[in-house]
Design a binder for this molecule. Sequence first.
Ligand code: NAP
Length: 316
Amino acid sequence: MTEQNTDQKVENVIIIGSGPAGYTSAIYTGRANLEPLMFEGYFSGGQLMLTTEVENYPGFPEGVMGPDFMMDLRKQSERFGTRIVTKDVTAVDLTQRPFKVEVENDVYYAHSVIISTGASAKLLGLESEKRLMGHGVSTCATCDGAFFRNKAVAIVGGGDSAMEEANFLTRFASKVYVIHRRDTLRASKIMQDRAMNNPKIEFLWNSAIDEIVGENKVSSIKLRNLQTNEVSDLELDGVFVAIGHTPNTWLFKDVLDMDEVGYLKVDYPSSRTNIPGVFAAGDVHDPIYRQAITAAGAGCRAAIDAERYLEEHGVH
Ligand code: NAP
């Protein structure tokens, strides 16, 4: 790794991305007097900005609205000195020190970087899906399933996530349709069996949603049979999209170690990536748990790791 000289200020830590992981790492590094600089992105706050009520984050007995919660985390980050810039990072150079972070035409330098760019749920790409997101359309059964007590819902997808979420949803919903574009599932055998043996689950094979219908909340879907091309109406109250996630890691391609899908690899249980001084937190490195609370925990770990790294290198 080459050392580069710069006259410009070198930040102790730059945090790329917000959401529970990013804001938590900001709170911790801020309280450690590291004066973190955060690029929270134009779509700040992450996936919780797309949900309504969060009922499973400890400490909120009455629940909390996702966007309100993110605003509070943001304020808490600022309280401890985090400077927040609402822009997307456009390029990074982690192969030289100090690390270089570019935001449009501006260049910043840092001794350490925490990456919390998250993952994005893949969507079907329908206009109605976007319009009704958080109003009956969801990408997270764990987050929103409980709002569909005694209601009929559909889940789209044929992978392990779809099977797991379909089973989970039967705890609340009276009926769960699994809509899959083929007639065989991608999910593992055990997950398939579990879903197929669940009396509340009905599989709609070779099918795709043409449109999600509803003014302010979902009331039905237009379902296309991909073999006959026939379109039918199906009344239901919720649509869960479980067709996979994409980690937001294109900035780090060919530089940081990733798995085959693109999730960052860390030296677990630490948050260290393959480049010393670069840490990862939250959904960007977690294809399994993907919860606000686990992301926040990871943000705390990354902050502590960064603090120790800076101390060891005599930076702070
Ligand atoms: P996945 O395995 O990639 O499955 C995505 C599913 O969505 C596939 O069935 C795919 O259909 C379908 N799909 C993709 N794009 C679509 C579109 N535009 N329209 C309609 N359907 C679409 O994703 P995942 O289920 O989220 O799983 C991700 C990884 O996590 C996997 O490795 C999985 O094993 C793992 N996981 C494990 C567990 C567990 O073991 N408990 C739980 C959850 C996830 P096709 O099949 O036709 O491609």
